[in-house]
Design a protein around this ligand. Structure first.
Ligand SMILES: CC(C)(COP(=O)(O)OP(=O)(O)OC[C@H]1O[C@@H](n2cnc3c(N)ncnc32)[C@H](O)[C@@H]1OP(=O)(O)O)[C@@H](O)C(=O)NCCC(=O)NCCS
Length: 146
């Protein structure tokens, strides 16, 4: 498995968008709006690949004051529960640390919150609704690079 970062203008982006659409949007009866796609342009995208096949993806969005948001975390549904989500999230944390970020946070779907808890994220505040489903705001401090 190869995990690497890419940009919206790179060929990997289309693969990641298709995976995000299949895993995160179709089950909710949603699609991507033009604003959703525009939001991806300045972001860093990370993917796990087996050759040309994308296994998992996530997106990192700078959110000010040394913080970065991890969003659009999606693992191929035939490969979930095998450690790929953890591997890509840890890669994203290391990437963010190297870029100088001190805090990583996310809007975690309640059903996915145990995944973030297993990675050391803490829940901040109350449950809220986004894209029609319950979420928690979760965050993790990024330690210094040794
Ligand atoms: C949530 C998701 C990203 C997790 O990725 P994954 O590859 O399935 O998870 P992993 O196998 O890497 O699990 C990592 C750890 O989280 C735990 N975990 C993952 N999903 C969990 C769940 N639903 N409930 C409890 N624990 C969970 C695992 O037990 C594992 O713990 P360990 O390190 O102590 O063994 C993936 O299942 C997914 O894409 N789900 C559908 C889309 C989604 O909900 N995305 C997140 C939106 S916020």
């Amino acid at each position: 498995m190869d995990i690497h970062a890419f940009r919206q203008s790179d060929p990997e982006y289309l693969l990641s968008l298709l995976l995000r659409y299949r895993i995160l949007r179709i089950p909710l009866g949603l699609t991507f709006s033009a604003a959703d796609l525009a939001r991806d342009i300045p972001d860093v995208h990370i993917g796990a690949f087996d050759g040309d096949r994308i296994l998992a993806t996530l997106t990192l969005t700078a959110s000010g004051s040394g913080a970065i948001q991890m969003r659009q975390v999606a693992v191929d549904d035939t490969l979930q529960g095998q450690g790929i989500g953890k591997a890509i999230a840890l890669y994203a944390e290391e990437y963010a640390k190297k870029e100088g970020y001190t805090l990583i946070h996310c809007h975690a779907r309640v059903v996915a919150a145990p995944f973030y808890t297993a990675l050391g994220y803490e829940t901040i505040g109350d449950e809220f609704v986004e894209v029609g489903i319950a979420h928690y705001h979760m965050q993790k401090k990024l330690g210094a690079i040794l």
